[in-house]
Design a protein. Structure first.
Lengths: 112, 112
């Protein structure tokens, strides 16, 4: 069964450093997303991406965040200057219409 | 009022029991209703989705949506220890590319 692949599974970074989280969505999906889940809290929407541009973003997705689809297969989330409160599980998802969201296993980001 | 409310549990039941999981919501624009299962430190896995009101059955799982009451349910029949996980409700309005709004999740444990 097709799956969404995320790397790395765990990333530890120093506060203030830049991190890039990588995702390979399902190949024939057109919509891509990043969500995050702070430990013990609910899954929260960050950003959606369609046709090579951001289609919607949440208030969490401020100027320190950016997304990119650098080639035909990868989808990345960059956090420019990490803060302690950015520590969370970050999930990539892709979707085919009308619903059919598939989530990756996540990247656990720990900011120290 | 939170947009989606879900009892966090934990809910502990004996094997073979019928489990009822519920969410309420406030946004009348929601049209797609989903149930996800999440194991510890893994991504959400789609179990079922329903469009608008009604029931949907898949094996031991039944999803119900009552839009007039803004209330959705997931029933698990003949529960098994392997059903032990966190169950997340999620909702989305009509239209392509729209984000999911999640409940906090209900932690379920099915005991032998």
């Amino acid at each position: 069964e097709p799956e969404v692949t995320q790397t790395p599974s765990h990333q530890v970074t120093q506060m203030g450093q830049e991190v890039i989280l990588r995702c390979v969505p399902i190949s024939n999906h057109l919509y891509f997303y990043w969500y995050r889940q702070i430990l013990g809290q609910k899954v929260e929407f960050l950003v959606s991406f369609y046709n090579n541009e951001i289609s919607e973003k949440s208030e969490i997705f401020d100027d320190q965040f950016s997304v990119e689809r650098p080639d035909g297969s990868n989808f990345t989330l960059k956090i420019r200057s990490t803060k302690l409160e950015d520590s969370a599980m970050y999930f990539c998802a892709s979707r085919e219409l009308p619903i059919g969201y598939t989530f990756g296993s996540g990247t656990r980001l720990t900011v120290v | 009022q939170k947009e989606v409310e879900q009892d966090p549990g934990p809910l502990s039941v004996p094997e073979g029991a019928i489990v009822s999981l519920n969410c309420t919501y406030s946004n009348s624009a929601f049209q797609y209703f989903m149930w996800y299962r999440q194991y510890s430190r893994k991504g959400p896995e789609l179990l079922m989705y329903t469009y608008s009101s009604g029931n949907k059955e898949d094996g031991r799982f039944t999803a119900q949506v009552d839009k007039s009451s803004k209330y959705i349910s997931l029933f698990i029949r003949d529960s098994q220890p392997s059903d032990s996980a966190t169950y997340l409700c999620a909702m989305s309005p009509e239209g392509g590319g729209n984000k999911l709004t999640f409940g906090t999740g209900t932690q379920l444990k099915v005991e032998l």
